[in-house]
Design a protein around this ligand. Structure first.
Ligand SMILES: Nc1ncnc2c1ncn2[C@@H]1O[C@H](COP(=O)(O)OP(=O)(O)OP(=O)(O)O)[C@@H](O)[C@H]1O
Ligand SMILES: [Mg+2]
Length: 280
């Protein structure tokens, strides 16, 4: 667990059941997110990933337990607005989040609603467009952007609110490999420059890029560990109906054929390094 000064979000024994449902989707979850940490969340369909995203961003309140953002309880009415500003949520389909006629107006929408001085709005819009690489497309109507560009625009709209954390619920699921790469680069850059990132994804190679991975299943968090440790647990992942990364699964299949591979081969780079070392 990060030191108190580095702690951004904390889930204390959180449970959640949807209204009318007897069974909780998530039960007794304890999690923490450090400032600027990059976390990915994986889990089978229905394991509660989107529910968790809504709990963290304050859109849902726990049935039991507490979610704290910078020490503020999402259940406290007075701090709800502040929490919404600090934790931004990006959804799967960016079309639902784009509101204005051209890119820069879309990015300005949030800070304008905060009633900030015009110079401050302009500065934030410039910074946010630069951060996601959309400055050149500032006058372009959002509907003329590619999928990856639209998703980056949705992220810029949140960045203009200067959040401490962005939560993304399968933001790359509708994107081609190039668009996916664009979005991931932006997320890595965000975390490097101080914003925490929580990325929900079904793409294991994407998830392996994070600092830490949460594996959801059976109503709880089954694993909370570094990518090397998570994606080495191939049997557990298979049991949940998930896979490891491409390289992790390949290493597992080779070891099933009797080849002795070192532990912790998770990324393609790991696999290439290993193959080069033995084949040279
Ligand atoms: N609004 C709702 N009302 C009642 N039950 C819901 C609601 N939304 C989700 N659920 C149920 O809660 C459980 C968890 O759903 P959730 O959408 O959080 O899972 P998920 O891990 O995001 O799944 P997926 O991988 O399909 O996106 C599922 O059983 C789902 O049917
Ligand atoms: Mg979901």
């Amino acid at each position: 667990m990060p030191g108190q000064s580095n702690l951004l979000i904390e889930l204390q024994s959180v449970s959640y059941a949807y209204p009318g449902s007897k069974f909780p989707v998530l039960q007794d979850i304890c999690l923490h997110v450090g400032k600027a940490e990059f976390i990915s969340v994986i889990g089978p369909n229905g394991s509660g990933k989107s529910t968790l995203a809504r709990l963290i961003s304050g859109l849902l309140l726990p049935s039991a337990g507490r979610v704290l953002v910078d020490g503020m309880d999402t259940g406290t009415a007075e701090t709800r607005k502040e929490i919404r500003r600090r934790v931004g949520l990006v959804l799967q389909n960016p079309d639902n989040q784009l509101v204005a006629a051209v890119v820069e107006e879309d990015v300005a929408f949030g800070p304008e609603n905060l009633c900030l001085p015009p110079a401050e709005v302009r500065r934030r819009v410039e910074d946010a467009m630069n951060a996601v690489g959309l400055s050149q497309l500032r006058r372009r109507p959002p509907h003329m952007l590619s999928g990856g560009e639209k998703q980056r625009l949705a992220i810029a709209g949140l960045l203009a609110l200067c959040p401490s954390c962005v939560v993304l619920d399968e933001p790359t699921s509708m994107l081609d490999p190039m668009g996916r790469q664009e979005v991931l680069q932006v997320l890595r850059h965000l975390s490097d420059s101080g914003t925490a990132v929580i990325l929900i994804t079904h793409h294991m190679d994407e998830a392996a890029d994070a600092d830490r991975v949460w594996v959801l299943g059976k109503g709880g968090v089954l694993v909370d560990d570094e990518p090397e440790a998570v994606f080495s647990r191939v049997k557990l992942l298979h049991k949940l109906g998930l896979t490891s990364t491409s390289a992790g699964d390949l290493a597992y299949r080779l070891s099933e054929q009797g080849l002795e591979l070192p532990n912790g081969i998770v990324t393609m780079e790991d696999m290439i390094d290993y193959l080069c070392s033995v084949l040279k």
